[in-house]
Ligand binder design. Structure first.
Ligand SMILES: [Zn+2]
Length: 392
């Protein structure tokens, strides 16, 4: 049997959790893959990020994976439909490698601009020569599927020894013991404190006090640095959202550079204004987690007096009944026809990740909203049964 036949006949695995790691997948060994046999598995291409996150949250060796190399076939290029043709190739590498900045370590010639510091262990993302890496391929034959090829699944250096995490004795007391970056939760918390005007000094003082109270650092978030918070503060201060004096140009420039966070976009046309739907990956996760069999509410008041265009926030409620904004819609005019289109896009985005996801109800705070359209929308789009709660 040919190798590609074997690969393409493997089941596409999609564990029902928000993120998943290699431990939750069944791996196949396919013969004839180079000299050594690599482990391969198929997952939906839309869930590659979930796999990368799950793999980073490895309990025995927490880390982060970055894109070390990526090749994409240009969209307009013509190609012969070969069975092994590749649309996209992405090489993910453990962020503690591949270079080795430890004493006596090897750094690739293209990266020799790095000058070792006196105390390299203090660097937040010190490279320690980790060889752990995997490849993601998107095949022309099955573009909705990602083929994962795990070349090296152990977090070891070239000598085969643990080079970070609890098993590496030399990393004790440094960030290399934990993941190389702070968690997304803490990052967002720091950002929101900075946005409401809390100073860098206050954030760091509160942080050090709480770490001290618990008797010293014991996870990656405890190692939050002054430098990191200051850098976030500077990037907020310097950011400008008026990229061009023409709003249409400005918006399309912003959309171009934030594609991962835009789930719906229609620019100004002759008859209609623009509609922009924004959702970060974290927000999508919260929507999936707390929106499933829960309520989604639309809040049109939040921040309206500060911005040039009205913004509508969609929120879900966590277990403490606190509202979490899970998406924003910005448009000069809210019309029911537009609402149907962006809701559809949002629904499709959620269903790519979780086909079973279902809302229990939709709350609208704006009495002028087209109630009939929203009722139809909730009934058909979200498959809500008539006895379920629809509050408008
Ligand atoms: Zn590693």
């Amino acid at each position: 049997m040919a190798r590609w036949d074997q690969i393409l006949s493997l089941p596409v695995q999609s564990p029902p959790t928000l993120e998943f790691s290699s431990a939750e997948l069944v791996w196949s060994k396919v013969e004839g893959w180079r000299d050594n046999i690599d482990r391969v598995a198929l997952i939906p291409f839309a869930r590659v990020d979930d796999f990368v996150r799950g793999e980073s949250a490895n309990k025995e060796c927490p880390t982060r994976f970055h894109v070390e190399a990526r090749r994409r076939r240009p969209a307009e290029s013509t190609y012969k439909p070969k069975v092994d043709g590749i649309l996209e190739y992405i090489l993910y590498w453990c962020s503690f490698g591949p270079d080795d900045h430890r004493k006596g370590g090897v750094v690739r010639p293209s990266r020799t601009t790095y000058v070792p510091k006196k105390k390299p262990s203090g660097r937040p993302n010190t490279k320690r020569g980790c060889t752990c890496h995997f490849i993601v391929k998107r095949l022309i034959a099955e573009p909705s599927v990602a083929l994962i090829i795990y070349n090296q699944d152990k977090h070891v250096d070239k000598k085969g020894l643990p080079c970070h995490g609890p098993q590496d004795k030399k990393s004790a007391g440094t960030r290399a013991m934990y993941a190389p970056y702070i968690s997304e939760d803490l990052r967002l918390r720091v950002l929101s404190l900075l946005y409401v005007g809390v100073s860098v000094e206050t954030i760091m003082q509160r942080h050090s006090e709480s770490v001290e109270r618990q008797g010293g650092p014991c996870n990656r978030d405890d190692l939050l640095t002054h430098r990191y918070v200051r850098r976030q503060e500077r990037s907020i201060r310097r950011s400008t959202y008026e990229l061009d004096t023409d709003d249409a140009v400005s918006i399309s420039m912003w959309v171009e550079s934030h594609q991962n966070q835009v789930f719906f976009y229609e620019n100004f046309s002759d008859s209609d204004p623009f509609v922009l739907g924004i959702q970060t990956e974290w927000q999508l996760q919260q929507l999936i987690r707390f929106g499933n069999h829960g309520l989604l509410a639309s809040d049109s008041k939040f921040g309206t007096n500060k911005l040039k265009y009205p913004i509508r926030s969609l929120v879900v409620f966590n277990s403490d009944n606190k509202a979490i904004p899970v998406a924003w819609i910005i448009t000069p005019r809210f019309a029911s026809g537009d609402t149907l289109r962006w809701m559809r896009a949002l629904y499709d985005r959620v269903h790519m990740k979780d086909p079973k996801w279902k809302l229990a109800g939709f709350i609208v705070d704006d009495p002028s909203a087209d109630i009939l359209a929203i009722r139809l929308l909730t009934l058909f789009l979200f498959h809500i049964h008539l006895h379920d709660q629809v509050i408008v």
